[in-house]
Design a protein. Structure first.
Length: 565
């Protein structure tokens, strides 16, 4: 095996524990002995556990390329194995193999969470190391991770890449359109060109045209939901509001589950850079915010089920039952609706054929790579559109910003307006709209009409990025959950006179017309459509969940006391 030690490249990712830290782990762990060549955990397998090396060595091996296995580091006594997969339950990226007679302290996920909860300094060291290890693998040119092989212009290929990227899964994309060498990869794994796109791990397994759910199950992203367990709170949606609720709920001892349709982060997760979020003066991307919040939620023990398409909500007395599209049911005492909203689609004839093949609803590195350095168009005049325009201008030859308004300042924060006006390759087309799209397998050309002058122009573009408002994800809700005329969920004072409200007390501020069901973030009627506001509402909802659960317990105790009397 070729050996290049990752520890020399990222020493911060591989600390050595001192005696006190070792003893703290030894108290909660099981001491186990492995013989030379024994496998502690294997790449592609879920359920890997934490190991602290007591004596001997553990070799970490990468087999993802399908060629000769590569040793990327060797753990010595005082060092520990694992990365974020230990916390999330996802499949490991690498093998861990004993070198010689090796003793380890082996600790379950439950025990590791106990350490993370009770030992703050040790918790920081372990979590920072786990995060740094994932980053180190991602930055390593020799590391492949999952292989996504397909046609770069294909909407299906884009959907797979987008799903993996948004869920922070390490992969390498091989585009058969632009790289002739990719064809040589197909025969060893038994794949024909007509089978594309495929997702593979080395030569061990291949998924042909996988759905998001099939892919999630294979890599351990989707967790098995227990039909018998009653959760304290089920959170529908993993955007900023849902993640905030998960962090506060789980950290305060509530049995918490998050049901997310595609990936954590919501619409904020597609933001290239958020510069007005409190506490981050240099800004951060939506993906960074989502990844950090997801780790926090999982650290405290919140369960995340991705992808989980929610299809309905019903009630059994005080119990809430969330119905999933695959037939699964989640039972909970309280529910927080943080399901957010979807970007509106452009109403242009034939637009749907270009979704994922030239028309996009986010501006991240995945979308940008499909466009190369060519010209692109962007539709919308809000903050999300402004952030995307600035980000796209860094790689695109030109960015045509198409807005219906007279001026950007009508809908956009001033700092973004100033940034856009100072960017030479952004052209603002006011009082305009895209009226036609052309192309064969993918979008190639658009027609833009100036609604003030009536003049039209044609532009060749590699992509159109749409940020034209949102539609709330509420069509699946039952009549008991009242909505406003636009489909957003009414809460608090807005439903105080609702015929569905049966309690003597007024509803809590973010409580819906059904007691014990709350709404937070963009999906709530009257909410401020900002990330920080959504985070605040998610945290607020948990406080009201506590109040509601206390009410239910008090009523149950009173009924029992009455029965005894």
């Amino acid at each position: 095996m070729a050996e290049t030690d990752l520890k020399t490249e990222r020493p911060d990712a591989f600390p050595k524990l001192d005696e006190d830290q070792t003893n703290a782990i030894a108290e909660l762990a099981t001491c186990k002995t492995y013989h030379d060549g024994d496998v502690l955990f294997r790449a592609g397998e879920t359920g890997c556990v934490f190991h602290l090396i007591k004596s001997g060595e553990v070799e970490i091996v990468d087999r993802s390329s399908g060629g000769e296995p590569k040793t990327i580091l060797v753990h010595e006594p005082g060092e520990f194995t694992g990365d974020l997969a230990v916390l999330t339950g996802r499949s490991s990226n690498v093998d861990a193999i004993a070198r010689g007679e090796t003793e380890v302290y082996e600790m379950s996920e439950e025990r590791l969470r106990q350490i993370l909860s009770e030992q703050p300094q040790l918790s920081d060291l372990i979590l920072q190391s786990f995060i740094a290890r994932v980053q180190a693998l991602d930055e390593r040119e020799e590391f492949t991770g999952l292989s996504v092989i397909g046609v770069g212009s294909s909407a299906e290929t884009f959907r797979i890449r987008e799903f993996l990227s948004k869920n922070q899964i390490l992969y390498t994309f091989f585009d058969i359109e632009t790289d002739e060498n990719v064809r040589s990869m197909l025969e060893p794994i038994g794949v024909k060109e007509t089978d594309l796109p495929v997702v593979a791990f080395g030569r061990e397994w291949v998924l042909h045209h996988p759905s998001n759910e099939e892919l999630a199950e294979r890599i351990g992203l989707k967790q098995q939901i227990s039909g018998s367990l009653i959760y304290d709170v089920a959170i529908v949606g993993g955007g900023p509001a849902g993640l905030a609720a998960a962090v506060y709920g789980a950290s305060e001892g509530l049995q918490t589950i998050v049901l997310e349709e595609s990936a954590t982060g919501g619409q904020a997760g597609s933001s290239s850079k958020i510069e007005n979020y409190l506490g981050f003066p240099t800004g951060l991307s939506g993906a960074e915010l989502a990844a950090a919040a997801t780790i926090q939620a999982e650290k405290f023990g919140a369960e995340l089920s991705i992808p989980s398409e929610v299809a309905g909500l019903s009630f059994d007395n005080d119990l809430k039952i969330v119905h999933l599209g695959n037939g699964e049911k989640v039972r909970a005492r309280a529910v927080i609706l943080a399901c957010g909203a979807d970007y509106r689609k452009l109403e242009i004839p034939g637009r749907e054929r270009y979704d994922g093949a030239g028309v996009y609803y986010a501006a991240t590195h995945v979308e940008i790579r499909t466009c190369g350095g060519d010209a692109v168009a962007l539709v919308g005049g809000g903050n999300s559109a402004g952030q995307a325009a600035v980000y796209l201008s860094q790689s695109a030859a030109r960015v045509l910003m198409v807005i219906r308004e007279d001026d950007l300042a009508e809908m956009m924060s001033q700092y973004l307006v100033d940034r856009i006006r100072q960017t030479p390759n952004i052209e603002i087309l006011s009082r305009s709209e895209i009226v036609a799209m052309h192309g064969d397998d993918r979008l190639e050309e658009i027609e833009i009409r100036n609604n003030k002058t009536g003049e039209s122009r044609s532009e060749r573009v590699a992509g159109v990025f749409s940020f034209i408002g949102a539609v709330p994800r509420t069509a699946w809700l039952p009549p008991e959950i009242e909505k406003d005329e636009r489909g957003y969920i009414k809460t608090g004072p807005d439903i105080a006179d609702s015929p569905h409200w049966k309690l003597g007390r007024p509803p809590y501020f973010v409580e819906t017309s059904r007691p014990g069901v709350f709404a937070a973030g963009d999906v709530r009627s009257g909410s401020v459509k900002r990330v920080s506001s959504a985070v605040g509402e998610g945290a607020m909802a948990i406080q009201f969940v506590h109040e509601y659960l206390k009410e239910v317990r008090d009523v149950a105790r009173s009924m029992r006391a009455g029965a005894v009397d």
